[in-house]
Write a protein that binds this ligand. Structure first.
Ligand code: FCB
Length: 467
């Protein structure tokens, strides 16, 4: 390990055009799960099943953002945050999946975008953040090739009705690896499907949808930027043994390369993951070229790194992740290792695919236990430290010439963290779910002052791995 000292850094080191924002998602914040014509999404139905979500919790109310978005936009404005990433709920806009529009649902997003723009905040919508309408799941959901047509219809609708409202930046999918992997292979996320027979078609269709949707959005406003977001974690083999090196290579292909490589025109990384070869049987001749997407930016989403070791009894992959808590290293409430260099390594890796495509960190953040005493303040030094050390690694990548143009904190306020329910708190703002009271944490105050013009600077050591 070597250390590079950066004396002080502040937002000025990133240049005046660097984009600073916060990220959220509809199913984690909106609530109002069955109001104004919205039909259930797979997360609404999944959470009703026994034993799926921590303490049987559900996203029915969440942060009640559907009703409180005006106050929350004011809060974002007060924090001086100029970019807000959120997602659109498909089942709010098209309760039947396709077919007639639910105008009340659409109007919500129109007002949300208008309100943001009026407050000088740039909207960054994601079309799909994991909440498929249950009616489509009943027809096979992501495993059914028809999803390409459903998606086309949905994106066409969005393009037609929201495409001309001055929204400059769009994202197609949120982390296809996570919703296909956790939702269609491991089954611990909605819709709870398992195994390769579900995962492989879902993977192919999710990869193909990115390109489809993009064209449909573009046809309504040509000057917009359309990206998509990808989860990634720096992979380290546990030892230098050949078996661990092979395990790490497979984990990298699965967790980091599986979706970005086809999008960049390289196809699925099957040579390092031959267990997925069956996808070739499902592919039609035109699919090969349709996997490639002409992205205007790549959203990189990073939280941690993974240590990987070989494991003979894990079917097919023969590899497993070594849990951070068990390793005794600093970790978050999600038991994810705090390892800031990972974000630098991932920006570097993703910049090599298509160096001409800018990168944006569209999610990074941490869940730590917050002890709220009922007052209007909350000290969360670990989250402040996490953000500082990760932002300094983004600066390191930028200083090395990587074209990274923005950074979005996950997340604005504590919300519904999928299968983990409301336990992990990632927010810059604390949410008391009983009363819906919002309390700005110290991390929120810190981020707000950091991105303001007159912030003095933060001292940070950047620990770099020797290459
Ligand atoms: C990402 C998801 C986001 C949030 C964070 C913690 O994988 O995109 O919705 O849950 O993890």
């Amino acid at each position: 390990m070597s250390e590079i000292q950066i004396d002080k850094f502040n937002r000025k080191n990133f240049g005046p055009d660097f984009i600073w924002g916060v990220s959220t998602a509809a199913p984690q914040t909106e609530g109002a799960w069955n109001e104004d014509g919205k039909s259930p999404s797979i997360w609404d139905t999944f959470s009703m099943k026994k034993g799926k979500i921590f303490q049987g919790q559900n996203p029915k109310i969440a942060c009640d953002f559907y009703h409180r978005y005006r106050e929350d936009i004011q809060l974002i404005k007060n924090l001086g945050i100029k970019n807000f990433r959120f997602s659109l709920s498909w089942s709010r806009i098209l309760p039947n999946g396709t077919g007639p529009i639910n105008h009340k649902g659409l109007d919500f997003y129109k007002s949300l975008c208008d309100e943001l723009l009026e407050h000088g905040i740039e909207p960054w919508p994601t079309l799909y953040h994991w909440d498929l309408p249950q009616v489509l799941e009943d027809k096979g959901g992501w495993t059914n090739r028809e999803v390409l047509n459903w998606f086309e219809y949905y994106s066409e609708t969005i393009g037609k009705h929201l495409g001309n409202r001055g929204i400059q930046n769009w994202m197609v999918l949120n982390e296809p690896m996570v919703f296909t992997g956790a939702g269609h292979f491991l089954g611990y996320h909605a819709p709870g499907r398992r195994g390769f027979s579900n995962f492989i078609p879902a993977m192919l269709h999710a990869a193909l949808c990115t390109g489809k949707k993009k064209k449909k959005l573009r046809s309504h406003q040509s000057s917009i930027n359309i990206g998509s977001t990808y989860s990634c974690s720096f992979i380290t083999p546990r030892t230098n043994s050949e078996a661990d090196l092979i395990a790490a290579k497979k984990a990298d292909a699965l967790l980091n390369r599986l979706f970005i490589e086809p999008a960049c025109g390289l196809g699925f990384p099957l040579s390092d993951l031959n267990v997925l070869n069956k996808v070739e049987k499902l592919m039609r001749p035109e699919d090969e070229k349709n996997l490639k997407v002409d992205l205007d930016f790549i959203g990189v989403q990073n939280y941690t790194r993974e240590i990987v070791e070989s494991c003979w009894y894990v079917p097919y992959l023969k590899a497993r992740l070594v849990n951070a808590k068990k390793r005794g290293v600093p970790h978050t409430e999600m038991e994810w290792e705090v390892y800031p260099e990972s974000i630098y390594e991932m920006l570097k890796k993703f910049s090599r695919y298509r160096p001409e495509i800018p990168l944006l960190v569209t999610e990074n953040g941490a869940a730590f236990k917050d002890n709220w005493d009922g007052s209007n303040e909350l000290k969360d030094p670990l989250r402040v430290e996490y953000l500082q050390s990760h932002i300094s690694q983004v600066l390191r990548a930028k200083n090395e010439g990587i074209d990274v143009r923005g950074y979005f904190v996950w997340t604005l306020m504590d919300n519904f963290e999928w299968a983990e329910g409301y336990r992990p708190r990632f927010g810059l703002v604390y949410l008391d779910f009983e009363t819906q009271k919002r309390v700005i944490k110290d991390s929120g105050k810190w981020f707000s002052s950091f991105i303001s013009e007159n912030f003095e600077g933060v001292e940070k050591k950047i620990v770099a791995l020797e290459n």
